[in-house]
Design a protein around this ligand. Structure first.
Ligand code: ADP
Ligand code: MG
Length: 234
């Protein structure tokens, strides 16, 4: 088998919040590699450092100590400009969907296309509609977020995150605000889109009911990665 280059390669990563006497270490010697097309679920108690790690991987926060490579490029010490560029290769899905309330479903997704690509508005609109179709919202493209259910809003957020076919999608507790069935639907849509597009997914969740969609499960505890194993049944 040919060894593929990891999408994410983290070595001896430490992270601290605060300054001086208040400086507190939050992440301890994290080592983690994630490969193209993998779906990795990260679990762990509240406060264990999951969001912090995700924000470092996503280039939303500067790496302080250790090594973090995204698509082979070292992120330690890079400029803010470079981080902004790198973020274009990542789709983000948060617990709160973060949609713009004054834009329709179609416009929310379209905006992500236009921010990224030098393509015509007509083309961006077509892409947006097609993507909303693939998350089952073809009938709702002209709705405003306020008139849609939690699950539907989260599906728009998925469409927005995936419409540019990024190599990596980061999702921080995307099902936390959803009922059981909507949560399940949302992750299954993510899973099938990712498998079709070859996208890598790193998904943080407390939700034990969705662990089966993962190829691998990693667990954080008190800032340490305590489990890193394939998701084969025991
Ligand atoms: P999780 O996502 O697993 O709940 P977080 O990464 O959000 O964990 O938080 C890990 C620890 O870091 C917690 O103790 C939290 O209080 C602390 N923390 C998170 N963000 C900040 C911040 N911006 N400044 C200071 N401490 C923070
Ligand atoms: Mg968190």
């Amino acid at each position: 088998m040919i060894e593929k280059e990891p999408v994410i390669a983290i070595k001896n990563l430490n992270h601290y919040y605060g300054k001086g006497a208040l400086r507190k270490q939050i992440l301890f010697d994290i080592n983690l590699e994630i490969y193209p097309g993998e779906i990795v679920i990260m679990t762990g108690p509240s406060g264990s450092g999951k969001t912090t790690l995700l924000s470092l991987i996503g280039g939303l926060r500067s790496v302080q100590e250790g090594s973090l490579k995204f698509l082979g490029e070292e992120l330690v010490g890079v400029s803010q400009n470079k981080l902004v560029q790198m973020r274009r290769n990542i789709g983000y899905i948060f617990q709160a969907h973060n949609l713009l309330g004054f834009l329709t479903a179609k416009q929310n997704v379209q905006m992500a296309v236009e921010l990224n690509d030098n393509i015509s508005q007509t083309e961006a609109m077509a892409k947006s509609k097609a993507m909303l179709g693939s998350v089952g919202l073809e009938e709702r493209v002209d709705y405003y977020p306020d008139n849609l259910s939690g699950g539907q809003k989260q599906r728009i957020a998925i469409a927005r995150a995936l419409v540019n076919r990024p190599p990596l999608v980061l999702a921080d507790e995307p099902t936390a605000a959803l009922d059981k069935q909507s949560g399940r639907d949302v992750v299954e849509i993510m899973q099938s889109l990712a498998k079709n597009q070859g996208t890598t997914i790193l998904l943080v969740t407390h939700d034990n009911r969705i662990l089966d969609i993962a190829d691998r499960i990693v667990e954080m505890e008190d800032g340490l990665l305590t489990r890193n194993s394939s998701n084969a049944p025991i």
